[in-house]
Design a protein. Structure first.
Length: 367
């Protein structure tokens, strides 16, 4: 097969991780792969490492500027004529809309929804406008892959496309080898994500500031990521007098994040206004780390088999109670971590995701 992956941004994130995983899998099968996205980010470097062709499109982004959209479409047209794919697979909202509106079924086209842009908790205007655009684009989708039951249900409720073109394939991660953490009296809590909406790490700081001081002094929080909210988060740390307990580690290479989770993390926290099916939670679970996370998007599905505590309505008091329970009880952390790791092994492995995706691609080409 000749497969063309089309995604808006190249910066490190869940959708980019997904594309890199699939591209690596198809290259291992000796399929031909080209990836197009905005240049200069993590995904471009990963494409070079794995031997995939990379087509930069500097006009891709979240801008609705008509001229940029036209230029982005022109670059897409040039790449498709050059590569001549058997199948195009679009990822992320902007690339998904541009790709499907331009191709219009002339090439079999699959769209993967990594959390719909109109999901619960998203800004009001997006929730009003995007369903209309996605219904139009749905006419030009050979298949739509949803990464969670929540996204599948949302697509069905909004009548995005016929049910027989909607498919559920959960994200998957590599299974991590057992790693013995160094004994420590300190409980290490990790938060990983871009410091921008929908993530709300400030809520973790609020909840942590309400903990008993004795528990605070037994704990260290590491926040990995950067973004427009970084400065405000630093101010929040100061205002809560938490400078001695919280590290803003900035953005780290993906392999370093995985290594630190495996070697250091005792507890993983992800608080967010909306999500698709976040990789960060699966990666923590794969490392045997229990999770505290918001009950939004596909997160309840990730924790459906145990391994974590779900938080309702962004309630800081509920987060404080969950933190206190897990900081205080190492045996509970251990048992939840074992359950989390087994859950990934049984339900969310990378091999399962890749094989299910391959089946959808073959089905699409046979239609």
């Amino acid at each position: 097969m000749r497969i063309f992956f089309f995604i808006t941004k190249s910066e490190q994130g869940g959708a980019q991780t997904h594309v890199a995983q699939l591209a690596r899998f198809f290259i291992s099968r000796n399929d031909d792969v080209m990836i197009m996205s905005a240049p200069g980010g993590w995904l471009e470097k990963e494409a070079q490492k794995m031997g995939a062709s990379f087509a930069p499109n500097a006009f891709l982004g979240n801008s609705a500027n008509p001229l940029r959209l036209v230029r982005a479409t022109q670059r897409l047209s040039q790449a498709l004529k050059s590569f001549r794919p058997d199948l195009v697979t679009c990822h992320s909202t902007v690339a998904g809309l541009i790709g499907r509106f331009f191709i219009r079924n002339r090439i079999p086209t699959i769209f993967t929804a990594h959390g719909w842009g109109f999901t619960q908790g998203a800004p009001w205007l997006r929730r009003r406008l995007l369903p209309f655009l996605e219904r139009l684009a749905g006419r030009f989708s050979s298949q739509i892959i949803c990464v969670s039951h929540n996204d599948l249900d949302l697509a069905q409720r909004q009548h995005i496309a016929p049910n027989n073109t909607l498919t559920l394939i959960h994200n998957g991660v590599e299974l991590q080898a057992e790693s013995l953490k160094k004994p420590s009296d300190v409980v290490h809590i990790f938060f990983v994500g871009r410091l921008a909406p929908p993530k709300i790490p400030s809520l973790l700081l609020t909840a942590f500031s309400q903990l008993d001081p004795e528990l605070q002094h037994r704990t260290h929080i590491t926040i990995i990521g950067n973004g427009p909210d970084t400065h405000q988060l630093a101010l929040d740390i100061q205002s809560h007098n938490l400078s001695g307990f919280v590290e803003l580690a900035g953005a780290l290479p993906h392999d370093q994040v995985l290594e630190r989770l495996k070697a250091e993390a005792d507890l993983f926290v992800l608080l967010s206004n909306w999500e698709g099916f976040p990789y960060s939670i699966l990666e923590a679970m794969s490392a045997g780390v229990p999770v505290i996370a918001s009950r939004v998007g596909g997160i309840p599905e990730a924790l459906a088999y145990g391994g974590g505590i779900l938080i309702d309505n962004h309630d800081p008091d509920q987060i404080t109670r969950a933190l206190a329970q897990l900081i205080h009880d190492p045996s509970l952390r251990s048992s939840m971590g074992i359950t989390a790791q087994q859950s990934v092994h049984d339900h969310f492995s990378l091999e399962q995701m890749c094989q299910q995706t391959l089946a959808v691609y073959h089905k699409t080409l046979l239609q």
